[in-house]
Every structure is written in C-alpha cells, then in structure tokens.
Design a protein around this ligand. Sequence first.
Ligand code: TXA
Ligand code: MG
Length: 327
Amino acid sequence: MPSSSADTDLRPTALVPVTSAGIDRAAARLRAGGLVAFPTETVYGLGADATSDEAVAALYAAKGRPRFNPLIIHVAHLQAALHYGVFNADALKLAHAFWPGPLTLVVPVRGERISLLARAGLDTVALRVPGVDVARALIAAAGVPVAAPSANRSGALSPTSARDVMAELDGRIDMVLDGKPSAIGLESSIVALRGGVAELLRPGAVALEDLRRIVPVHVPAAAAGDVHPSAPGQLKSHYAPRAGLRLHATSLRPGEVGLDFGGVLAGAARDLSPSGNLAEAAAHLFRALRDLDASGAQVIAMAPVPEHGLGLAINDRLARAAAPRDS
Ligand code: TXA
Ligand code: MG
C-alpha cells in the first residue's frame, strides 16, 4: 500500500443527494481524509480537510496538478475565518460586505492548523465563506476548514454541475454532493490584504467596481489582463527557502544537508518518503524545506524525485525553490 500512487487509486465515486443524511455522510468522509466535491455559487469545488497534509496531497493527486498552487480554504462563517487568518480593517470591511459570497481574501496566516501544503509553504492563507447554503452546512458539519480548488482535472474547464464533476473525476474521488448547478459559473475574486493597500490577485465573480465601493483596491499589472483564473505560478507568492537548493543530488558534498526521497542519499538529514511514496513526499515537502532552512544549512541537497504522478508537482516546486530569487 505505501508504494501505490494515490494517482492511480481508482475507487467508486458516490453521487450523494443533498439531504441532511447526505451532508453528514459527506462531512464524515472529509473528516476521515476523503475527497468530496460540493456545490458553490462560483463553481463546484473539490474539498479536502485543510488541516491534513495527507488529504491535501491526495487532492492534488486526484486533480493531476503538475504543480502545487496555494489553495482556497473554505470556512462556514467569518468567526471561523478569524481563527485561521489575521484580518486588518480593510479585510474585515470586505468580509462584512461580501461574505457569504464569491470573494476570497488572502491574509497573513494565524496559527499552524492550515496545512503547509495547502498554502504551498506560504505564510498567508486564502479564505472564503461560500454563498451556497449546502456548502456552508457541509463545512460546518465537517468541523474542519476545507481546501477546495475547482473540481476538475488539471487543465480542464471548471465544473458547474455535479454531472460535470462526475465526468471529470469519477473514480478518482470519494463523493460528489449532488446540488444545484453553480449560479455564477466563474471563480471568486481574490483580494490580498498583506499590509498596505488591498491588491486584486484574481479578477472574478465580484466586480472590481463593487470591491472599490468598500475599500481602495490596487490592481497589479500582472492581474490586470488576467481574466482567466489561471496563472497562479506568476504570483510573487511562492515559498522559497533562504538556503540554496541543489537538485538531483546522489551524494552529499561538504557542508550540505541532505533531503532524501526513497532512501538513496546516504547521510541525509530527512527523507520525504523512505518507501518512495509520492503522496507522502508531497505531504512532507514544505515542512521539510522549512525545517532544514531553519537549521541554518547553507545548501540543501535534494535527492532525485521521479517525474510521474505527484512527482511532477514536487519537481516543479523544487525547481522554483532552486531558481534565483527574482520571480
Ligand atoms: O470560486 C472559487 O474560488 C473556487 C470555488 C471552488 O470556491 N475555488 C478556487 O480555488 O478557485 P483554487 O484553489 O483553484 O484557487 C486557488 C488560487 C491560487 O491559484 C492562487 O491564485 C490563489 O488562489 N491563492 C491561494 N492562496 C494564496 C495565497 N496564500 N497567496 C496568494 N494567492 C493565493
Ligand atoms: Mg480551477
């Protein structure tokens, strides 16, 4: 079992009716680390327990994401959001104006509960309270914050109905809550409040004019023309270690600290997955980089990671972390 990739782990996907029993079933699956798609007013989301690196790794695997983008964390109400993020005055104003609804706020993270993998290693967190009652009922019943990108295979269109989700992900996830079609059909607007002025990171379902009625919002050049909600790799919000990173290392050089995969790098300080399991490695990646960075190492030597399944995303992330510090 440890060596089976979550990527190829086919399972029956249940289409669950939106009754209180159905919502309880779905909530229990989420709590147990399962993957549950659910309706929101923007698009259907693929949910996983946002406090579990393992559940989030399984989510990336099910989507076949070639890289780890930070995910939006869905909560049932503002009170819950305040547990996981630090809200300044502008963030509070926007939350009061648009939540529940199709606005995501990126704020400094509070505490350690939100998975580092879900945050792609960042010290900020993207939070949203969805407008659809079924979504909030599911999250409240689960009792955990829910990481949820759109419920499609990587590179495909975002699904706006339970049928679309089945067409994309049948056999790769545990459940789909069979709710109404998404009324909006376009992802949430994303605004960052990281000190200073609010910044539009992704245009979306709340118009810029409407945001600006509440607080001043700066539109960085990168977001201005980016109507399609992709391109998160372009955001200047990627965790990069302070230490240098040497990739594809098969032995340690003097002064290096080693990060292994599959037990091939003699003398390594850590192993992302001694058994060579890519989902396990993904779950440990950001924690390990942070810990080794904090240990004061000048250079982290990273063992090779195979280019399949989640290995693509792991290698993408490692290549970005190893690149010179200007992107
Ligand atoms: O409408 C939506 O927002 C849908 C539904 C399901 O709620 N969700 C969605 O989630 O689009 P997702 O995970 O695909 O959106 C993730 C995007 C990233 O690509 C990035 O642009 C931004 O949210 N993001 C997340 N966390 C961030 C952070 N800490 N800093 C900057 N951007 C972040
Ligand atoms: Mg998407």
